[in-house]
Design a binder for this molecule. Structure first.
Ligand code: GDP
Length: 195
């Protein structure tokens, strides 16, 4: 897809702040620094639209972007490497709980993980949130350019097993560096929008 109009809308915490649910929404979930902004930027052919990794504490918001008049991308924060307090973790959990349980136009979640590493407890928790709330999801394993092709199967199988997925085909290898997986990512999104 050729995207011309992308607009940053709002950093929302509470449901009253979410944009009107008049178009479908695609959530991008993942730990900070995993490559979420790079993923969005690759899809929309921009160098620097999505704000890249903000500081811990500032990441406890849902950042909304509107793509044409077609759909919203919402950047859903993870804990990342931040050492946040128990209170902050609880707030984060409540925010996600509210979001996933109430957002009626949520059509798809893309769980972004690092292809190089075994998914973390946060990644597993995020996947479980989606299962629990019946949100359709796809796993995007990014930074594939860092791994030799001969090692790919090992990494795919590790992600598949650790996240306890139904099928290994739920994982899309992706790289913002080489644009690997970009067309396939758009196909996944398009299928949901056509849905
Ligand atoms: P975010 O915090 O999840 O939005 O992560 P960013 O998109 O800001 O990426 C974090 C860091 O990883 C940056 O230094 C990016 O340049 C780098 N990065 C992101 N995606 C890729 C990728 O596909 N390949 C490589 N080699 N580096 C990447």
């Amino acid at each position: 897809m050729e995207v011309h109009n992308v607009e940053f809308l709002i950093s929302a915490v509470r449901p009253e702040q979410y944009p009107d649910p008049i178009i479908p929404e695609i959530a991008l979930a993942g730990r900070s620094n995993v490559g979420k902004s790079s993923f969005i930027n690759t899809l929309i052919n921009r160098k620097k639209l999505a704000r890249t990794s903000s500081k811990p504490g500032k990441t406890q918001q849902l950042n909304y972007y509107q793509i044409e008049d077609l759909f919203y991308f919402v950047d859903v924060p993870g804990y990342g490497y931040a050492r946040v307090s128990k209170t902050e973790k609880a707030k984060w959990g409540d925010m996600l709980e509210t979001y996933f349980s109430t957002r009626e136009n949520l059509a798809l979640a893309l769980l972004i993980v690092d292809f190089r590493h075994t998914p973390t407890a946060d990644d597993i928790q995020m996947k479980e949130f989606m299962d629990y709330h019946g949100v359709p999801y796809f796993v995007i394993a990014t930074k594939t350019d860092k791994i030799k092709k001969s090692q790919w199967n090992k990494h795919l199988s590790d992600i598949y097993k650790t996240l306890n997925l139904e099928s290994i085909d739920q994982i899309l290898p992706f790289s913002a560096e080489t644009k690997e997986g970009k067309d396939e990512a758009w196909e996944i999104i398009q299928a949901v929008l056509d849905g």
